[in-house]
Design a protein around this ligand. Structure first.
Ligand code: HEC
Ligand code: HEC
Length: 222
């Protein structure tokens, strides 16, 4: 009754109103608050046709907003997968022998196929997850990032890193207590130890083929 003449029956807009399925104020709206603001004050963006302010009751506008959300919920997201059944991608397209050679030259420095990575293909039996995991250097949860802080006076403290920026660093100690330190340039000295740095530094070196080959090899480590 109030909106359709301009925004269209399917909300995709007309000559006189814009497409609401892509409108920021609809996408960010939670419970009508942002749609209400537009309806109450109207819109007059230079170069566009105006939307007049409308004095509708708040409850009505909220109901209209709920309707918008219900339509949006049925829409395919931009960049969404093609309609139809979900495609299972086979990521095992590499050459396991080439992967072993790569592993022996680049990874064996820190790992062993019969030691720490023995059975990795069994422990991580989903190849996609295995690939994500080895690229990242394992599970984030298991191995915390720690920081060691050396204050100007007093002993060094080490703990799990909770937060760090240019002005402060917060760590959590083994007993659960948190310690806060103000930072001023190099003082106090902060050393961050992230077990995944070794892997981050490797990321720029891999080609796609290296990645596929290594995954194909790791899968065989049952
Ligand atoms: C007379 C035509 C007209 C009517 C009626 C109308 N609109 Fe609009 N609406 C527009 C136009 C044109 C714009 C874009 C205006 C601009 O950006 O300056 C717009 C913009 C909006 C936006 C902002 C989108 C953004 O940019 O984030 C919302 C939300 C909206 N309308 C909701 C409604 C609702 C809800 C109703 C009914 C209660 C309604 N409109 C009725 C023409 C109309
Ligand atoms: C410079 C040392 C280093 C190199 C080189 C290295 N890694 Fe790692 N990798 C690590 C560290 C450190 C971890 C974190 C594990 C830990 O804390 O024990 C890790 C974790 C992993 C994990 C997760 C282990 C698990 O049990 O979840 C996999 C899998 C792995 N690396 C595979 C590889 C592969 C494949 C290569 C070669 C492409 C490689 N790594 C190269 C140091 C290295």
């Amino acid at each position: 009754m109030h909106c359709r003449s301009c925004h269209g029956a399917d909300l995709r807009g007309t000559e006189t109103g814009i497409n609401l399925l892509r409108a920021e104020s609809v996408l960010k709206d939670k419970a009508g608050e942002s749609v209400l603001a537009v309806v109450r004050s109207g819109r007059n963006t230079p170069g566009m046709k105006p939307m007049p302010p409308m004095a509708l009751p708040e409850e009505d506008v909220k109901a209209i907003a709920e309707y918008f959300h219900s339509v949006l919920a049925t829409a395919q997201r931009q960049g969404g997968p093609p309609p139809g059944p979900r495609l299972q991608l086979n990521i095992l397209v590499g050459d396991a022998a080439a992967g072993k050679a790569y592993f022996d030259s680049k990874c064996a420095l820190c790992h062993s196929a019969t030691g720490d990575l023995a059975g990795i293909g069994r422990r991580q039996n989903n190849p996609t997850q295995l690939q994500n995991s080895w690229l990242a250097g394992g599970n984030l949860g298991d191995r915390p990032v720690t920081a060691t802080i050396t204050p100007a006076s007093g002993p060094k403290v080490t703990g799990r890193l909770s937060r760090i920026d240019d002005f402060s660093v917060v760590i959590t100690l083994d007993d659960g207590a948190t310690r806060y330190f103000r930072r001023d340039g190099e003082s106090p000295r902060v050393e961050v130890n992230d077990p995944r740095d070794a892997h981050r530094n490797l990321l720029p070196q891999y080609t796609d083929k290296n990645i596929h080959d290594v995954t194909a090899y790791l899968v065989t480590l049952k």
